[in-house]
Design a protein around this ligand. Structure first.
Ligand code: AMP
Length: 208
């Protein structure tokens, strides 16, 4: 059973790569960001609690996230392994995860801060199939989205103001996790400042 953690700053390409790796490995993507956005939209208790943190670019409290993951990992499709995207983001989250499953490998996508802002401001996705695009770096094909039914979606927190706070949260709370996983020999660094296909190829090589 393979449990993969995709690790890296906001805008590193975790979501884009998760989708491609999902196709290649058959593992479901478990994105706490996606789960929280769905909760906000549905106005559940979790969504109402998470919204202010997300809007300001801060991390949602660990216990909220850990409870979400515990529930998610009970679902049938998680039994054969998953690909975590955007989780864990703090050392307590990683410690809680270790109690739930064995992490097989951590793929850490490395992208310098100066690239992050331009990557995040300009990205959009297809509300129908979830494919991720970018105005400059990964534009929508002239023929439209491959799913055949494009619906443009931009995230509320993909703004220049929020990116600064999200990057700060990353450096203060999430980056220390690299040492946590390096110490257990699970960390695999991937240069994320390259062509999207090359990054995918590197990741698949790391899994083999
Ligand atoms: P993402 O889609 O991964 O960029 O997450 C969007 C926002 O959701 C983040 O800026 C946080 O506010 C929140 N979030 C997502 N995942 C986590 C997590 N593992 N821990 C804490 N907050 C999270």
């Amino acid at each position: 059973m393979l449990n993969i953690v995709l690790f890296g700053p906001p805008g590193a390409g975790k979501g884009t790569q998760a989708q491609r790796m999902m196709d290649a490995t058959g593992l479901p993507q478990v994105s706490t960001g996606d789960m929280l956005r769905a909760a906000v939209k549905a106005q559940t208790d979790v969504g109402l609690e998470a919204k202010n943190y997300m809007d300001s670019g801060a991390l949602v409290p660990d216990q909220v996230i850990i409870d979400l993951i515990k529930d998610r990992m009970q679902e049938d499709d998680a039994k054969g392994g998953v690909m975590f995207d955007g989780f864990p983001r703090t050392v307590p989250q990683a410690e809680a995860l270790a109690e739930i499953v064995d992490v097989s490998i951590v793929l850490a996508i490395d992208v310098p801060d100066e690239r992050i802002v331009e990557r995040i401001c300009g990205r959009f996705s297809c509300g129908n199939c979830g494919a991720v695009y970018h105005d400059s770096f990964n534009p929508l094909p002239e023929t439209g989205c491959t799913c055949g039914s494009f619906a443009e979606k931009r995230r509320a927190d993909d703004t220049e103001q929020t990116v600064v706070a999200r990057l700060e949260a990353y450096h203060q709370q999430t980056a220390p996790l690299a040492d946590f996983y390096r110490a257990s020999g699970l960390l695999h660094l991937i240069d994320g400042d390259r062509d999207i296909d090359l990054i995918t190829a590197d990741m698949l090589k790391a899994l083999n």
